[in-house]
Design a protein around this ligand. Structure first.
Ligand code: XMP
Length: 504
């Protein structure tokens, strides 16, 4: 006689066709655990060289994804998508600002810095300081500059201007050539050395920066102690082959996006998200095809979708690496009511991920919208997602755009708004012209959470703990356990949900 199993398999949980969301169920502790959380890997491979050690992505929203947030999240093992809602002084869309954000992330941490900020001997110290501050937070400003004869990135190296060579507030009209350390006293590396050797040289010679030159004395790279330390401090960081943090960017399906795609990739982005709430249609498909034709080596993310029909269509295309799954489930969304079309988050993930799997596609499902707790991430992964995309979980972080304020009761809060809200006014005039101006999102207050590096590690720790309890060492283990009916689910009603929260 076979032993009775607790709860339901995923198939049984969704068999009746009722719409289910994260609160409707829990995972059950049916596995005897032999796993220790220090042996758990949360790694997920989105494709095209973008591998996350923590499967969490920041949504392209102008109340969430500043370059500071993108840097902080990538250092912790996730990745952010830079939004496209920057505007100029007249409120018109500004592509240049999105490009600057991408560049700020790519420049924040390097192994070999291929394109360091370089200055010319005739520049004034004041001009150099301004250059170093450009597009950076004060604590991240660049203060050391290789000096090349012609001021070009890969020109002949003639010196190094270090932080100790000048004051920030006085004598700033002196010329670089009067204060730089010239070639005579400068230690340089040669272009055949690898990163380890360069790091060892920095250590042995007690220096902060090592310019690396070719046989003709032209600058090839810069290696800095600061970057070395950052990579030691953040061993799980999401980096590309040259040690730079990775970042994605969003484009709409409007004609201006063709220019955005080219400029975003030219700025060094590692992938792109075609960002639309209705990703199953002609316009998003045309944009996906345009990008795949020109940038096949880069990560391409489609969506948002929520049905198996749409998932099968994206899978059939064969060039979409991942897709955002969720329509109307976000915490600031009103789409499902505004237009009467949407889907409960858990059902969307289960159905879409299953359709993709049955299509024998490797496309990664990104659960997007409605994730409030680490436990919701675990549930989304169990239903077939490879990663989650979040807004509210990150909103209120110190690195998010916007100011922290005090509410009526003296609590520190920040504002978080939907991209379909009037406040976001995505596209400015263009939106009104093309779509009218009905709202599909709202503005919310969220508690100020402090720095991401302080509050986010607790989320990661909770994920590791859940994997330990479920006796799964990886996301693939969890997926297998669910598809074989070994990982079990408990369906719960409103009283059970109340019981799972603090009782008064
Ligand atoms: P959470 O729940 O993480 O959701 O705050 C973030 C996701 O919500 C989507 N989004 C919107 N959906 N109207 C919508 O219907 C909006 O104004 C809106 N803004 C964002 C988006 O998928 C995001 O990742």
């Amino acid at each position: 006689m076979s032993e009775e199993r607790s709860g339901l398999s995923a198939e049984e949980l969704f068999a009746r066709g009722d719409e289910r969301t994260y609160d409707d169920f829990t995972l059950l502790n049916t596995q005897f655990s032999e796993t220790d959380k220090c042996n758990v890997s949360l790694t997920t491979d989105l494709g095209k060289g973008v591998v996350l050690r923590v499967p969490v992505m920041a949504s392209p929203m102008d109340s969430v994804t500043s370059p500071r947030l993108a840097i902080a999240l990538a250092r912790l093992g996730g990745i952010a998508v830079i939004h496209y809602n920057h505007k100029d002084a007249e409120g018109r869309p500004n592509i240049g600002k999105q490009v600057e954000d991408i560049m700020q992330v790519k420049r924040s941490q390097n192994g070999f810095i291929e394109d360091p900020l370089v200055v010319a001997p005739e520049m004034t110290i004041g001009q150099v300081i301004e250059l170093g501050n450009k597009n950076r937070e004060p604590e991240e400003a660049i203060r050391t500059f290789p000096v090349t004869e012609n001021g070009q990135s890969h020109g002949r190296l003639v010196g190094l201007l270090r932080r100790e060579d000048y004051f920030l507030g006085s004598r700033t009209n002196l010329k670089v050539k009067e204060r730089m350390l010239g070639l005579d006293g400068l230690i340089v590396g040669d272009s055949t050395m690898d990163l380890e050797r360069a790091r060892e040289m920095i250590w042995q010679e007690h220096i902060k920066s090592l310019p690396i030159v070719d046989r003709e004395g032209n600058l090839v790279y810069l290696v800095t102690r600061g970057d070395m330390e950052k990579s030691e401090q953040f061993p799980f960081a999401t980096t590309d082959k040259s040690g730079k943090l990775q970042v994605l960017f969003a484009v709409s399906t409007w004609p201006e996006s063709y220019e955005r795609v080219e400029k975003g990739f030219a700025a060094g982005a590692d992938g792109v998200v075609v960002d639309t709430s209705q990703g199953f249609g002609r316009h998003p498909l045309e944009m996906l095809k345009y990008i795949a034709d020109r940038h096949l080596g880069k990560l391409l993310i489609g969506g948002n979708i929520s049905t198996s029909e749409a998932a099968r269509e994206l899978a059939r295309l064969d060039f979409v690496d991942a897709y955002r799954c969720g329509q109307g489930s976000g915490s600031i969304c009103t789409t499902a009511d505004a237009i009467g079309i949407g889907r409960a988050g858990a059902t969307a993930i289960y159905e879409c991920a299953r359709a993709v799997h049955e299509s024998r596609s490797k496309m990664v499902t990104i659960a997007d919208g409605g994730i409030r707790f680490a436990g919701d991430i675990v549930k989304a992964l169990a239903l077939g997602a490879g990663a989650v995309m979040v807004g509210s979980m990150l909103a209120g972080s110190d690195e998010c755009p916007g100011e922290k304020k005090l509410d009526e009761r003296g609590r520190q809060i920040m504002e978080y708004w939907g991209m379909g809200s009037k406040k976001a006014n995505v596209g400015g005039e263009a939106r009104v012209r093309d779509y009218g101006n009905h709202e599909e999102g709202i503005v919310r207050r969220v508690p100020y959470k402090g720095k991401l590096g302080k509050h986010f590690p607790a989320v990661v720790d909770a994920l590791l703990h859940a994997f330990e309890v479920s006796d799964c060492r990886s996301i693939a283990d969890l997926h297998n356990g669910v598809s074989q009916g070994e990982v079990r689910f408990g369906l719960r009603g409103p009283a059970a949900v109340m019981e799972s929260r603090p009782h008064d």
